[in-house]
Design a protein around this ligand. Structure first.
Ligand code: AMP
Length: 283
């Protein structure tokens, strides 16, 4: 496995692979890798001849009060996992490589960036869209894989690739969960034992709403109440949002029809902000 810290050497590696006729798969991450990340690597491998993974904790997607400085990191552990996963190359740039002095360009996606996370984290998706554009331009992958765990992020990247005619195929992979249902996340490392036990309420709430939907419930208010009351078992916690939306447009309606819906949660357990989601056609 080759590890690159700069753009030029990685580009050379990728372009010689392409000259040999190999398809390049790409998985961007912020590191502190878990089985969810590794499932994306497997997906990428099934669609490409070699896989490139990036590890970069992107400062532009964090607000000043967020957890950039405490974001968990384990470079050696990550590289070991990627070696075992037979990744061909890792791109591990520092902030100066990604944002040299004088950088003035960013990418703004409207539409799916605006509601929910966009309302609570105003510049978050601008940071994501900018760094993903840069990583796509550096790596030039044939296919890139993202996790549905970050549901809105998938929609934002899908819109960006379509709107800007980016020559990359996208694949969105299902959320990997712990055995009790908690969605895997690097941020789960912040949870105390007690918070970890309470955090299971998120996936339980999503399953409760899904069961009600399967039983015919289509009222937004009733579905939101089911989410909220199932989240009571995470108390003390702060529900940032518990929502049901059209899965394709993120539109809200008082009463939904039979179109696929998505339940979306953002909940602060202790000081850790957890997000999770489930689509009605996930099962
Ligand atoms: P992150 O390192 O948190 O930026 O995530 C990197 C990629 O892994 C993103 O596409 C995430 O959506 C994806 N990801 C994070 N957690 C999971 C999970 N539990 N299952 C599947 N994919 C995930």
């Amino acid at each position: 496995m080759q590890v690159f810290n700069n753009t030029r050497d990685l580009r050379e590696f990728v372009s010689s692979a392409k000259m040999r006729g190999q398809r390049v798969g790409f998985v961007p991450t912020m590191g502190y890798l878990h089985d969810g990340h590794l499932s994306l690597v497997e997906r990428a491998r099934s669609r490409a001849d070699l896989v490139v993974v990036s590890i970069f904790v992107n400062p532009t997607q964090f607000a000043p009060h967020e957890d950039l400085s405490s974001y968990p990191r384990d470079e050696e552990g990550d590289l070991q996992k990627l070696r075992e996963a037979k990744v061909a190359a890792v791109f591990l740039p520092n902030v100066e490589v990604m944002y040299p002095e004088g950088s003035t360009t960013s990418v703004t996606v409207l539409g799916p960036s605006l509601p929910l996370e966009g309302e609570r984290r105003p510049n978050h998706f601008k940071g994501v869209a900018t760094v993903v554009t840069k990583l796509f331009n550096i790596v030039q992958p044939d296919v890139a894989v993202f996790g549905r765990k970050d549901y809105q992020q998938c929609m934002v990247i899908d819109a960006m690739v379509r709107d800007l005619n980016m020559p990359v195929e996208l694949e969105f992979a299902p959320t990997r969960r712990e055995s009790d249902g908690l969605a895997m996340s690097s941020r789960n490392a912040y949870l105390s034992t007690d918070e970890r036990a309470r955090a299971v309420a998120l996936s339980r709430a999503l399953r409760a709403a899904l069961a009600a939907y399967q039983g015919g419930e289509r009222s937004r208010e009733n579905l939101v109440n089911i989410l909220q009351s199932a989240l009571q078992s995470a108390q003390p916690c702060e529900v940032d949002y518990a929502e049901v939306r059209d899965a394709e447009t993120l539109e809200s309606r008082a009463v939904f029809g039979n179109e696929p819906l998505v339940f979306l949660l953002a909940v602060r357990v202790g000081t850790t902000r957890l997000i999770d989601n489930m689509r009605t056609d996930d099962v």
